[in-house]
Design a binder for this molecule. Structure first.
Ligand code: XMP
Length: 305
């Protein structure tokens, strides 16, 4: 638990103190961590802060519009339309770490352009405690923690939530009156739908993944999962109408967790699973089947890549 009555003013004062009259940037992903960090920093330094949202083309359905609406009050919000550049850079790439690396690099390039334009000396990050722990290990490269500071030459990095857990961040978000769509939102990985598509990223797989994730989030909301998601994991045979198809297999996953470091697969009732199956197979002519993932973390991870 965090005492928001002291945490918020302390964090605002700390940010003001560190940044002074300089300019700062923050990468806004739309998730609760970066949104809360951005709201704290905006309260501290106003338009000296530029919040940069990069639309990578790997976002969830409707996400960019939600960002536009939620952060409309920030005069210094920048939305970078980079979908084509990301998809081009990812063409033909199948290795999971290489995909992450390319996404991280491209992200840095997009972000750096804006940081230079606004003459930013400071970087504000929504890093939280579990991010730091996982980055110290070798589990996966989390591009939102590792990459930026090494490449862009900032005078300082400000991480006002470095000691908080996710549920504490949500408490801070509520204390700051952030909209519920933000404060209660499920975590979404920096590399976006890319880690929910096994193998090469194509427009078709993205379309399937985007719609399937939307269905799953909607149908499983009542289970209050830490994360509920759908991944395009391969191809298998199916019959649609009179035709056999060699179509996509979509895996549905819903887990409980406190911090993402361990997780338990949730037990979902059959009717709900069947409704999800029917909506996802009906969403695209090339989806052949839907499976439900019952694996905890460990041994599986939450995401697929
Ligand atoms: P895994 O799949 O490693 O995920 O069990 C643990 C938590 O971290 C999220 N995740 C990421 N978040 N950048 C992020 O910002 C990443 O590269 C990344 N990879 C995984 C995942 O959604 C889960 O909440």
């Amino acid at each position: 638990m965090v005492d928001t009555e002291t945490f918020v003013p302390d964090a605002v004062a700390e940010i003001k103190d560190e940044i002074g009259d300089a300019n700062a940037v923050i990468a806004l992903s739309g998730g609760v961590d970066s949104s809360t960090a951005a709201a704290l920093a905006y309260e501290a330094i106003g338009t000296q802060l530029t919040a940069v949202y990069v639309d990578t083309g790997l976002m969830r359905k409707g996400e960019t519009d939600e960002i536009r609406e939620t952060f409309d009050y920030m005069d210094s919000l920048r939305i970078v339309e980079a979908q084509d550049r990301f998809l081009e850079a990812l063409e033909g790439v199948t290795d999971p770490e290489e995909k992450r690396h390319i996404i991280g690099e491209q992200f840095i390039r997009e972000f750096e352009t804006v940081a230079n334009e606004v003459d930013a000396d400071y970087l504000v990050q929504g890093t939280i405690y579990p991010d730091r722990i996982e980055s110290e290990g070798t589990i996966k490269s989390h591009h939102n923690v590792g990459g930026l500071p090494e490449v862009v030459d900032f005078e300082g990095i400000v991480e006002p939530m470095r000691d908080l857990y996710k549920d504490e961040v949500r408490e801070v978000a509520r204390a700051l009156d952030l909209e519920e769509v933000v404060s209660e939102r499920m975590p979404f990985p920096g590399p976006g739908l890319a880690v929910r598509i096994i193998g090469e990223i194509t427009e078709e797989k993205l379309e399937v993944a985007r719609e399937a994730n939307h269905v799953v989030e909607e149908e499983l909301e009542e289970y209050e999962p830490w994360q509920a998601l759908a991944a395009v994991i391969g191809k298998a045979t199916g019959v649609k109408g009179d035709n056999r198809v060699h179509g996509w297999v979509v895996s549905v996953r819903s887990v409980e967790s406190r911090d993402g470091m361990t997780a338990r697969a949730q037990e979902i009732d059959w009717d709900t699973l069947q409704r999800i199956q029917s909506r996802i197979t009906g969403s695209h002519e090339n989806v052949a089947r839907v499976v439900y993932d019952v694996t905890h973390k460990p041994p599986a991870t939450i995401e697929y890549e």
